[in-house]
Each structure stands twice: as structure tokens, then as C-alpha cells.
Design a protein around this ligand. Structure first.
Ligand SMILES: Nc1ncnc2c1ncn2[C@@H]1O[C@H](COP(=O)(O)OP(=O)(O)O)[C@@H](O)[C@H]1O
Ligand SMILES: Cc1ncsc1CCOP(=O)(O)O
Ligand SMILES: [Mg+2]
Length: 264
């Protein structure tokens, strides 16, 4: 059983979110329900200072502007300087040239601990031909686990590709996490909040990012599954899901062990 969740609730890590206007409230409420402490700050004047003061920083490009991109680069570097984990959520990475450029700028300037993305966003980062569809996963053909492992090795980070089944890799090992519920893809912000939840787990499990993110993904799937037992309609699922993040304990989810070595 993982002790990370109790540690998180004891320490209430300050999670610095540089996020999009769609999900800011949901993300803050989800983090609070889980037991972390959210702060949203994306002005270039303060982003670096906030990143240095926080436990981790989450860079989410969902509704990015020139100024917020500049601020994210500053915050990412400040988090690196402070030894804090950095999560990149490359929302809609393949949708426009601006987003593709932003992701490659951030990955070039900042040592990212985790990339948490869907399959379409992974394809955009890896340069795989793909039919992007806004912020959704879109359509295409790729060996997701192999591509994720290549991206993990290229950027020296952990990569979590989510969907019906999540895949997590550090370039050498892979774990798959099943569960959750399809309604999770019918609410906005499920992925964005998950990235922030991963940030909260990384804050208390810095020494083993792979295992910390595995725990976060497993907890999140369990919360979705249990919430959907109460309601699988999007509106009421939203509040049931937030409640589940508050109610779940360590006994309600298992941290999966790596299934196999990844193909080189
Ligand atoms: N069809 C599905 N069945 C079960 N869980 C899902 C499904 N689609 C998404 N999820 C879960 O929803 C969460 C958000 O993932 P995803 O929808 O891939 O992110 P994004 O919103 O960034 O595209 C993850 O925990 C993922 O496992
Ligand atoms: C709809 C939308 N548009 C820009 S950001 C955003 C939210 C995306 O959230 P998620 O990736 O968690 O579904
Ligand atoms: Mg997303």
C-alpha cells in the first residue's frame, strides 16, 4: 500500500498551477479535495517567485498567450533551480503551430519531470502524423507505448499517456493502469486536474517520480470509477468525482508495479 496519499494530506503541498481559463476552478477544487493546496499564478512578474516558493509547478498550455508562455519558461526554470518537480500538460499540442512551438520551447528550456498527455498530444511532441482534434486525443495510428518511451528518453522525464487505459513510462519501464469510467472523457478538465494531482504526488514523492505518478494515476482511476457508481451523467459526476478525491484512502487503490521492460 502506498503511504504517499497520507503524506500528501499531512504536508498539504503547495501546487503552483499555470493553467487555462477553462479548468482553473475545477483544478483548484480538485486539489483542495485531495488534500493539497493550489495556487494559480501566471503573470511574468511573479511566476518565477511563486514557482520557487511552491512544492511543484504545473505548466498547462490550454489557453496560452505570448505572455503566459514567457512566464511558464521563467517559472519552469525557477522550479528547476529550487529542485522542485515540473509537470507539463501540453493541452492540444497538435492543434496549432503556436502550441507545437510552445511545447518545444518549454521542453528545450525547462527540465520537465513529467509530461502528462493524451495520445494526440504525444503524437504532436514526437512528430508522428496524427489527426488532431482540438484538445481531444483525435485519431491516428502509433505504437503509443514505444513512442512514449522514446519521448521519455529524449527529455529525460516520465511520460503518462492517458485514455481508456493509461500508460506510464520512464523510457525503460512501463506500467498500464486500467479502470476509471468513460464519463471521465465527457467532462472538461479531467486531464488537466490529473496533471495537477500528479504534481501533488510528485511533491511528496520526489525521490521516485515513476512510482509517485503511478500512484496518482491509480488513485485518479479509482476516484472516477467510484464516482461513476453514484452518477455517470457528466453534471453530477463532476461533484461526485471531487467528493471521491476527498474520500478515497490508501486502501482504495493499488500502485501498479512495472509490467515489463519497454522495447528499445
Ligand atoms: N474511456 C475512458 N475510460 C476510462 N477512463 C478514461 C477514459 N477516458 C479518459 N479516462 C480517464 O480520464 C482521465 C483524463 O484522461 P484523458 O481524457 O486522456 O485526458 P485529457 O482530458 O487531457 O485528454 C484519466 O484518468 C483517464 O484514465
Ligand atoms: C476545452 C479546453 N480548451 C482549451 S483548454 C481546455 C480544457 C481541456 O481540458 P482537458 O485536457 O483536461 O480535457
Ligand atoms: Mg488534456
Amino acid at each position: 500500500m502506498s503511504k504517499l496519499l497520507s503524506e500528501l494530506r499531512e504536508r498539504r503541498p503547495l501546487v503552483h498551477c499555470m493553467t487555462n481559463i477553462v479548468v482553473a476552478n475545477f483544478q483548484a477544487n480538485g486539489l483542495l479535495a485531495l488534500g493539497a493546496s493550489p495556487v494559480m499564478a501566471d503573470a511574468p512578474e511573479e511566476a518565477g517567485e511563486m514557482a520557487a516558493a511552491a512544492s511543484c509547478t504545473v505548466l498547462n498550455i490550454g489557453t496560452l498567450h505570448r505572455e503566459s508562455l514567457e512566464a511558464m519558461e521563467m517559472a519552469g526554470k525557477a522550479a528547476n533551480g529550487a529542485g522542485n518537480p515540473v509537470v507539463l500538460d501540453p493541452v492540444g499540442a497538435g492543434a496549432t503551430q503556436f502550441r507545437r512551438d510552445a511545447v518545444s520551447r518549454l521542453l528545450g528550456a525547462v527540465d520537465v519531470t513529467l509530461i502528462r498527455c493524451n495520445a494526440g498530444e504525444l503524437a504532436a511532441i514526437a512528430g508522428v502524423d496524427w489527426q488532431a482534434s482540438g484538445v481531444d486525443a483525435g485519431d491516428g495510428d502509433m505504437d503509443t507505448e514505444t513512442v512514449a518511451a522514446e519521448v521519455a528518453r529524449q527529455y529525460g522525464c516520465v511520460v503518462a499517456v492517458t485514455g481508456e487505459t493509461d500508460a506510464l513510462t520512464d523510457g525503460q519501464r512501463i506500467v498500464r493502469i486500467s479502470g476509471g469510467h468513460p464519463v471521465m472523457s465527457r467532462i472538461t478538465g479531467a486531464g488537466c486536474l490529473l496533471s495537477a494531482v500528479c504534481g501533488a504526488f510528485l511533491s511528496v514523492g520526489k525521490d521516485d517520480p515513476f512510482r509517485s505518478v503511478a500512484a496518482a494515476l491509480a488513485l485518479y482511476k479509482a476516484a472516477g470509477e467510484r464516482a461513476a457508481e453514484t452518477s455517470s451523467l457528466p453534471g453530477s459526476f463532476l461533484s461526485a468525482f471531487i467528493d471521491r478525491l476527498a474520500l478515497l484512502g490508501e486502501e482504495d487503490f493499488a500502485v501498479p508495479e512495472p509490467a515489463e521492460e519497454v522495447r528499445a
